[in-house]
Design a protein around this ligand. Structure first.
Ligand code: ZN
Length: 158
């Protein structure tokens, strides 16, 4: 599995993932750590906790709810609070065809991407989507990306 660049994901999403892996996304915590003065470093999604990468994408209430839904949907006891490379190692260790593993990657990356888009929608006052529809958007987008770019889906249910 190429863990650097996923052909079945759009370029902008691969760039996002690359920045996510390096913790180089401009979260409030990261901006503040670079010396940029901000009115607040509090998470814009929950207003409860410092907006670090780990908070925003894993422990924030919105993120943990989405992770729970995705775990239920995939019906697997996937670790969530893992560095990306450990997630890939975990995925490589389980017994699944490569096409299914690519689907899992697409879904997880879409989850992270959706959180980031949602967060940016809030920060820049241009709400990306209704929170309750975020999970539906994750399902739709990951399906579309895999179908259009990966040619991997014969039957999504399987
Ligand atoms: Zn939060």
């Amino acid at each position: 599995m190429d863990t650097i660049w996923f052909k079945f994901l759009p370029r902008k999403v691969n760039v996002f993932l690359w920045r996510f892996r390096l913790d180089a996304l401009p979260t409030r915590w990261n901006l503040s750590a670079r010396g940029i003065e901000l009115p607040t470093v509090v998470c814009p999604v929950c207003n409860n906790g410092v907006e670090s990468k780990d908070h925003l994408f894993f422990t924030c209430e919105v993120a943990s709810d989405l992770w729970r839904k995705v775990r239920l949907w995939l019906d697997c006891d996937m670790h969530t609070f893992l560095p990306w490379d450990s997630f890939i190692s975990w995925l490589e260790g389980i017994s699944l065809p490569t096409s299914s593993k690519n689907q899992v990657v697409a879904i997880i990356v879409t989850l992270l991407w959706a959180i980031w888009r949602y967060r940016n929608g809030l920060v820049f006052n241009n709400v990306f989507c209704n929170l309750s529809s975020l999970f539906d958007i994750i399902r739709l987008l990951s399906f579309r990306w895999i179908k259009n770019r990966g040619h991997l889906v014969s039957n999504w249910n399987s």
